[in-house]
Structures are given as C-alpha cells and as structure tokens.
Write a protein of this length. Structure first.
Length: 185
C-alpha cells in the first residue's frame, strides 16, 4: 500500500471528513446511544460534568475525550492483530494523525441526540457519505473484530476510501454489541 503519496495530499476538507466520521462513531458508541463502550463524554450527563471541569472549552474537551476513548477501545480490540487499519488508525506510519492535528475539533458537527438504533446510525452516515461504499465482509473473529475488504468503487489506497468503508462497516454492530471493523494493511 502506497499511503505516503495519498496522505501528503490530504486536504483540510479530507481531514474534516475523517474527523466527522470518527466523531459520529464515537457519539453512536456512547452509553445513551448504542452503548458500545463506557463513555459518556458526548452525552447530556457527560456534558453536565465536563462543563464544570473544563469551563473554558467544554465542547473541545468532550470531543477529545470521546476520540481518546474510541481510540483506546479500538487499540485494545486490536492488541494481538498485526497491521490492522481501523477508523481511528488509518495508516501505519502516523502521517494521517499528524494531518488531523491541524483541524479544529470545535468546528465539527456532533449529533446531540442519542443514536440508539442502527437505522439512526445508518441515516447519519448517509448524510456524511452520500452514497454507501461497497465493502465485503471477510469474517468476524474474537473480540468482535470484523475484517472487511473494499469494493472496486472505493480504492483502499486513499485514506478517505478507507475511512468511508470502515465507518460503513459499523452498521454490522447492534445495541450493546460493537464491531471493530478493520482492513489488513
């Protein structure tokens, strides 16, 4: 995979797109939504606490906490898997993460209302993606890991193509039953 060339070409819009997908999945995973992991940073209850702890920038703090919780949960799920690319780790060399650091999280849209059904998640994803990407489910393994392959319409060589496909694969989860989609690098 030659991701270096494509990562260097990531535009501001691409970075915002990836972060919007990450925040949407993080919001869907919250305790008041699909309850995929222990996090309430983007919930009404979490907001009450965060506003008191981070009075200067509560929205920014909530978003950073949600993304860190999602990243940690994915890293734990893939602890024994080599070369797994997932929505919160899109490349092996970290260049995408460096590019994403230049994007303000406060400008990102995060749904306020709970995303408590897969149908609501699907609708929210379609608002961002417009058209569903073509993916093939390769198989489910331990710890709800779900390997996917990309269809011919979304080349794996682009970070945006990977992000779209990986985000779409979360629709294979259910209330209280997360999946952790990944692509082998």
């Amino acid at each position: 995979m030659n991701s270096g060339r494509n990562v260097n070409q990531l535009q501001q819009y691409d970075c915002q797109f990836i972060l919007n997908l990450r925040l949407l999945i993080s919001r869907a995973a919250q305790k008041d939504s699909l309850s995929w992991w222990e996090d309430e940073s983007l919930t009404e209850a979490g907001s009450y606490l965060i506003e008191r702890l981070f009075a200067n920038a509560p929205d920014l703090a909530a978003r950073k906490l949600a993304l860190k919780a999602a990243y940690a949960r994915h890293q734990a799920a893939f602890a024994e898997v080599d070369n797994a690319l997932h929505l919160f780790h899109l490349d092996q060399d970290g260049k995408i993460e460096l590019a994403l650091r230049n994007v303000s999280l406060t400008s990102m849209k995060v749904p306020f209302d709970p995303i408590d059904t897969i149908d609501k998640l699907k609708s929210a994803l379609l608002e961002i993606l417009q058209d569903p990407p073509k993916i093939e489910l390769v198989g489910e393994r331990n710890r709800s890991r779900l390997e996917i392959e990309l269809g011919v319409d979304d080349p794996q060589e682009t970070p945006i193509g990977r992000a779209k496909a990986l985000a779409w694969a979360y629709l294979q989860g259910d209330m209280g039953k997360p999946v952790f989609p990944y692509i082998k690098a």
